[in-house]
Design a protein around this ligand. Structure first.
Ligand SMILES: *[C@@H]1O[C@H](CO)[C@@H](O)[C@H](O)[C@H]1NC(C)=O
Ligand SMILES: *[C@@H]1O[C@H](CO)[C@@H](O)[C@H](O)[C@H]1NC(C)=O
Length: 226
């Protein structure tokens, strides 16, 4: 677990050096991905907010120090969106992000019920859906089950390292959501880039500001309409 955190931090510092190139494959430190990250109901925000970012983390992705959403994608996205938009907050999708991926349907059901309940309780609340790796699969599954009347409440969807991205047309979100969706796929990421090799390193680079910052702007624009 600690090794991913160390990796994420070292990727941030490496970002300037390695740029976007996909060759050669930088060494990936040993990843302890088996344990998964259990859901933590203590991190569920109460009441209403203007804007809520639902984050489904990647497999085994631990939190940043003091974070709740995942060190590579969720924590920096939520932290920086909140800086720009104080009415925003994050919701950590309650699913076990374990390597056997059995939690996808559980995560999907959690996303759908969270949006349904919050939409009812909080007439002004709008949502952004963020998924990374296995978390992107959670969001695809959820999108198929979200009732259409709730689509106007969903202002953006952002997927990082999304395996569905390799499927082209078949990997799109339903009509009415897909035009609000953005795919973030690092060149060479073997999970999402159809032309990639087998270098896992490129699946772990999303923590870098050049990936996070444009997404933060996209989410803020989705919420505020400008
Ligand atoms: C990755 O691909 C390279 C080049 O095709 C190959 O030499 C290497 O053995 C592969 N590594 C793994 C872990 O599959
Ligand atoms: C987040 O915001 C800080 C402060 O504005 C900025 O330095 C940083 O590059 C941003 N992005 C990430 C990924 O931390």
């Amino acid at each position: 677990m600690l090794s991913i955190r160390t990796l994420a931090l070292s990727l941030m510092s490496l970002g300037l050096v390695v740029g976007q190139t996909t060759e050669p494959c930088p060494p990936v430190p040993t990843l302890d991905l088996g344990a998964g990250v259990p859901p933590n109901p203590a991190h569920i925000p109460e009441g209403c907010s203007d804007y809520e970012i639902l984050v489904a983390r990647g497999t085994g992705e631990p939190n940043a120090p003091g974070g709740k959403f995942g060190v590579i994608v969720g924590d920096p996205v939520v932290t920086n969106t909140t800086l720009q938009l104080p009415g925003a907050r994050g919701y950590p999708v309650q699913y076990p992000a374990s390597i056997d991926t059995t939690g996808v349907s559980q995560g999907s059901a959690d996303v759908v019920s969270r949006i349904r309940r919050q939409a009812l309780r909080c007439p002004r609340q709008t949502f952004s859906l963020v998924g990374y790796s296995q978390g992107a699969a959670v969001m695809h599954a959820a999108a198929g089950d979200i009732p259409r009347y709730l689509y106007p409440r969903i202002k953006s969807l952002v997927m990082f390292g999304d395996g569905y991205n390799r499927l082209g047309f078949l990997g799109r979100f339903p009509t009415g959501l897909n035009d609000k969706a953005r795919q973030v796929c690092a060149p060479g990421d073997p999970i999402c880039d159809p032309d990639a090799g087998n270098c896992t390193y490129w699946h772990l680079v999303y923590v870098r500001p050049d990936y996070i910052n444009p997404v933060v702007d996209f989410i803020v624009e989705g919420f505020t309409g400008n």
